[in-house]
Design a protein around this ligand. Structure first.
Ligand SMILES: C[S@@+](CC[C@H](N)C(=O)[O-])C[C@H]1O[C@@H](n2cnc3c(N)ncnc32)[C@H](O)[C@@H]1O
Length: 622
């Protein structure tokens, strides 16, 4: 009791010294505590903080690692260790302590959000059970943007000895080889591998050889009707995957027999691996074929959700004429293939009250909103603003309306309209966002002019345009496909994907496509390589365009933190990141720097001193 009392008094003293930056005295007080109580957690944490404050990083880590072994259930040590590594830019070493945070405090959602952000850049080179458990926790959290973990997931699976033998069979060179190596035990272990099956329901398998193996598994189930019941959960996961990627999966076996009245849940599920259930007139009768939650999920994704989208779509009527020939061609593409298909936005912390006040009453237009992801994101970020999404494609809008309804977004509405015609309605906005749209118009400048005519005084415009350097190979491929008369029908896309799959791993086009999430779904692949209309820009062309329209570039948005850090370290005298010449130099060195487009924040040149960005920036900081 005496030691405890002394310890608390000493610790309080140490804290006071630390707060006043009297590090030596603080350290002495902590060491006095440690002399009596070698494991005292607060003393260890404070010693680590004192060391870190003096940039003695190694020492700080040593205290935290020691504390963590003594108090493995205390999240503070894991969190402090993760923060230490993150602060040092050592992302790889931050993964393991963040995984521990996720596992020690499973109810704390922020840990999963932080781990997910790390997954975006990290790849596993070793396997730990704790990594597996933490990843499963992230996959089970419906509210995360799971696409960020696609590559990390595959890298962990590849390190998992249990999964390795399964992946080996899946990557068989052809179906005959697969059939020879596959066994009921192997399929059972595939089915029981939760990391694999849960991943299939949420992620893309960004590896063409493994993807082909999913096709082999589907075919095996087709050819072995007696085995289907045993692998119902596996078929459910496969059906979710096939639907999410719009049946881009390689494989051309004849499944038409399945259409004739499937009578059991496994038959329904296998049919769902080949075509969407909602297209089938008897689908409603199959709903209760199985009570398995995985089956219910397939049914929800393939019947309930598409029917709800159709319902929303039917409520739309165009607010403007859609008559421009290019607009009509583009609309046709996105009516057939709404893009992008998104599930979750990730969680946003609530806006600080001051930012909410600033954003109150602001009007935001998302022009060419597609399936509404950016629009939903803006509506969530600025709950006191009014967000409007417009697009040519009613199928895309139906998707967005369904998602907005599910998310309960009352400040978001959608209209079917051509952005070129929309100014005639006389509306005005404080912020206009137009990503990945203007390069699909016949004339980009007239699109920007139309948007500018709706921008209120002091308003800002955020556009994203394709980079010629980043898309060089893709543009060449698109041109070749177009001159061969291919417009991107499902069979043309599947054939093209199959052709790419046969290419050698060293083929640069294959490498670029395999690394692009868009390549794995029909709508993504069509958008990527079979677009009805597109052009690309060089940075000098961007500069000429903005100058001719009297616009000022407020900022060129780097896509992803590492690139922003790269720019800042190379050009410390441009904190606004808006110097085109600097970016051009960087892009020359790294042609794929803007693989996700140039993101440009613009305002009218004459308004540069009054442009109101405070409300946007305060929310982003929040
Ligand atoms: C590549 S998608 C981008 C969707 C969305 N901005 C995003 O980033 O998720 C392009 C979208 O622009 C829409 N679009 C193209 N031209 C348009 C126009 N003239 N008016 C309205 N929308 C247009 C298409 O229908 C399509 O949904």
């Amino acid at each position: 009791v005496l030691a405890d009392f002394d310890a608390s008094a000493l610790l309080a003293l140490a804290q006071r010294h630390f707060a006043a930056a009297r590090f030596e005295e603080a350290e002495t007080a902590c060491h006095d505590v440690i002399a009596h109580l070698p494991d005292e957690p607060n003393a260890l944490l404070l010693l680590a903080a004192i060391a870190a404050a003096q940039q003695r990083w190694h020492e700080a880590a040593t205290f935290l690692l020691f504390g963590r072994t003594r108090h493995p259930q205390q999240v503070t040590f894991h969190r402090a260790l993760a923060d230490l590594f993150l602060g040092l830019g050592d992302l790889a070493n931050a993964v393991e302590p963040l995984e521990s945070c996720v596992l020690v405090e499973p109810n704390e959602r922020d840990h999963r959000g932080r781990l997910l952000a790390l997954y975006e850049t990290c790849r596993f080179t070793t396997f730990r059970q704790s990594s597996r458990q933490a990843m499963l926790a992230c996959l089970s959290d419906e509210e995360l943007s799971h696409e960020k973990m696609q590559r990390a997931w595959l890298s962990l699976l590849r390190q998992d000895t249990e999964a390795q033998s399964l992946l080996l069979v899946l990557t068989s060179p052809n179906y005959e080889a697969f059939e020879r190596s596959v066994s009921p035990e192997l399929l059972s272990s595939l089915q029981d591998n939760e990391l694999f099956t849960l991943g299939l329901t949420r992620l893309l398998v960004m590896d063409l050889a493994i993807e082909r193996g999913l096709g082999f598994t589907r075919r095996w189930l087709l050819e072995h009707p007696a085995e289907r019941q045993a692998y119902l959960p596996l078929s459910c996961a496969l059906a979710r995957y096939c639907f999410a990627t719009e049946y881009a999966l390689l494989g051309d076996e004849d499944h038409s027999a399945l259409r004739h009245e499937p009578r059991t849940a496994p038959d329904v599920c296998l049919l769902a691996c080949y075509e969407p259930l909602f297209r089938h007139p008897s689908a409603a009768d199959w709903r209760f074929f199985s009570e398995l939650p995985a089956f219910t999920s397939v049914f929800r994704a393939q019947v309930d959700e598409p029917l709800r989208e159709q319902h929303f779509r039917a409520t739309l009527s165009p607010s403007t004429p859609i008559a421009d020939p290019i607009s009509l061609a583009v609309r046709e593409q996105y009516e057939e293939n709404p893009y992008p298909r998104w599930a979750s936005l990730g969680r946003r912390p609530p806006l600080p009250e001051s930012s909410a006040r600033l954003a109150s009453g602001k009007r935001i237009l998302i022009a060419g909103c597609g399936t509404g992801r950016e629009a939903a994101d803006a509506a969530l970020m600025f709950p006191a603003a009014q967000v409007l999404g417009i697009d040519l494609s009613s199928a895309s809008l139906g998707y967005g309306m369904r998602r907005a309804h599910e998310l309960g977004l009352m400040n978001l509405s959608f209209e079917q309209a051509d952005l070129l015609e929309f100014p005639a309605l006389g509306r005005s906005f404080d912020l206009i966002v137009c990503s990945g749209v203007l390069h699909h118009l016949a004339d980009t400048a007239s699109g920007v002019r139309a948007l500018l005519s709706m921008l209120g005084r002091g308003g800002a415009l955020r556009v994203a345009l394709y980079s010629s350097a980043a898309r060089r190979k893709l543009a060449e491929t698109r041109a070749a496909l177009r001159s061969a008369g291919e417009r991107g029908t499902p069979s043309e896309i599947r054939r093209f994907r199959a052709m790419i799959a046969t290419r050698d791993e060293s083929c640069p086009l294959k490498r670029q496509l395999e690394a692009s999430a868009d390549f794995y779904s029909l709508s993504g692949c069509r958008d990527l390589l079979f677009h009805a209309q597109e052009r690309t820009f060089t940075l000098p062309e961007v500069s000429a365009l903005t100058r001719s329209l009297g616009l000022r570039i407020l900022r060129i948005e780097p896509q992803g933190v590492p690139k922003e850090a790269l720019y800042r370290s190379r050009f410390p005298d441009d904190p606004s990141l808006s110097n085109l010449d600097n970016w051009e130099r960087l892009e020359e060195e790294q042609p794929l720097l803007f693989s996700r487009m140039y993101g440009l924040w613009l305002c009218r040149g004459v308004e540069r001193d009054i442009v109101d960005l405070d409300w946007i920036q305060s929310a982003q900081r929040g």
